[in-house]
Design a protein around this ligand. Structure first.
Ligand code: PEP
Length: 256
C-alpha cells in the first residue's frame, strides 16, 4: 500500500516566528495520524525554526524550491546542500514557480536528480492551464511534463518521488477538478506514462497527489480515488483545524 501523503504549501505566508508557533500547535493536532505522511512547506527563512519545532514529532518539513545548480555564484538561490538536515521534501515544478520564476522542464529534471542524489525527496508538480484544458490538451501536456521530469531517473528511486497533479486553473481559485477528472489524469496519464517509461510495478510505487482548492468539504471525494495518494494543499494548510481535518480524512478513507 502507498502511504498517503498530505503536504501543505504555505507559499509566501507566515513569518519565521509565526511558522514555528503554528507548527507546535499543528504537531499536537496531527499526532493521532502517524500512518499518514504529514509535510509542511514553509518559506526558506522559516525552515530552520520549523525543523527545530517539529523534531521528534513525525511531521516532516518540505522546502518550496531549490536551485538547479549544486553550488556557485547564484545570488538569491538556495543550494540543495543547504536543505539537508532541514527538509525531507522539496516542491519543484509548482506552476507559480514555472510562471513567475521561469522554471523549465529541464530545470525541474535537473533539480529532481540533484535532490535524489542528496537524499532529499522531490514533490514534482505538474498540470495544465485553463486554455490547454479547454482545448482538450491536458493529457498530452501532462504526459510531456512527466516524461521530461523523469528523464534519467532510475526506477530504484521512484519510491522517493512524489508527483502532484495541480491543474493551474484550480489553484487558489476555488474551482476544483472533479474527482473523476483528477483520477483519470493521475491514473491513466501520470501513472500510465510512468508505466510506459518504467514498468507497472515501479509506477505503482510513485505517490501521486491532487492539488487545487482542496478543502475539508471535498477531500474525501479525492481520497476515494484509487490512484490519488494524497494532496498538495495551499490555502487550507494555513489553519490548524483545516489541515488536521484533511489529514484525518486521508487516514480514514485510505484506512491508514
Ligand atoms: C498549491 O499552492 O499548490 C495549491 C494547491 O493551492 P490551493 O490549495 O490554495 O489551491
Amino acid at each position: 500500500m502507498r502511504i498517503p501523503i498530505i503536504a501543505g504549501n504555505w507559499k509566501m505566508h507566515k513569518t519565521a516566528a509565526e511558522s514555528a508557533a503554528f507548527v507546535k500547535e499543528l504537531a499536537s493536532a496531527l499526532a493521532p495520524y502517524a500512518n499518514v505522511e504529514r509535510v509542511v512547506c514553509p518559506t526558506f527563512v522559516a525552515l530552520a525554526g520549523v525543523a527545530d519545532a517539529l523534531r521528534g514529532t513525525g511531521v516532516m518539513v518540505g522546502a518550496q524550491n531549490v536551485s538547479a545548480a549544486e553550488s556557485g555564484a547564484y545570488t538569491s538561490q538556495i543550494a540543495v546542500g543547504m536543505l539537508e538536515g532541514l527538509a525531507e521534501y522539496v516542491i519543484i515544478g509548482h506552476s507559480e514557480v514555472r510562471q513567475y520564476l521561469g522554471e523549465t522542464d529541464a530545470m525541474i529534471n535537473a533539480k529532481a536528480k540533484l535532490l535524489l542524489a542528496h537524499g532529499l525527496k522531490p514533490i514534482i508538480a505538474c498540470g495544465e492551464s485553463l486554455e490547454i484544458n479547454q482545448a482538450g490538451g491536458t493529457d498530452a501536456h501532462v504526459r510531456g511534463q512527466i516524461v521530461a521530469a523523469f528523464e534519467g531517473i532510475a526506477a530504484a528511486a521512484l519510491p522517493k518521488v512524489v508527483v502532484a497533479y495541480e491543474p493551474i486553473w484550480a489553484i487558489g481559485t476555488g474551482l476544483n477538478a472533479s474527482p473523476e477528472f483528477a483520477q483519470q489524469v493521475i491514473g491513466s496519464v501520470i501513472r500510465g506514462t510512468l508505466t510506459s517509461l518504467y514498468n507497472a510495478e515501479a509506477a505503482a510505487q510513485v505517490r501521486i497527489q491532487y492539488g487545487g482548492s482542496v478543502k475539508p468539504g471535498n477531500m474525501a471525494e479525492y481520497m476515494s480515488q484509487p490512484d490519488i495518494d494524497g494532496a498538495l494543499v495551499g490555502g487550507a494548510s494555513l489553519a490548524v483545524a483545516d489541515f488536521t481535518t484533511l489529514v484525518s480524512i486521508a487516514a480514514e478513507v485510505k484506512g491508514a
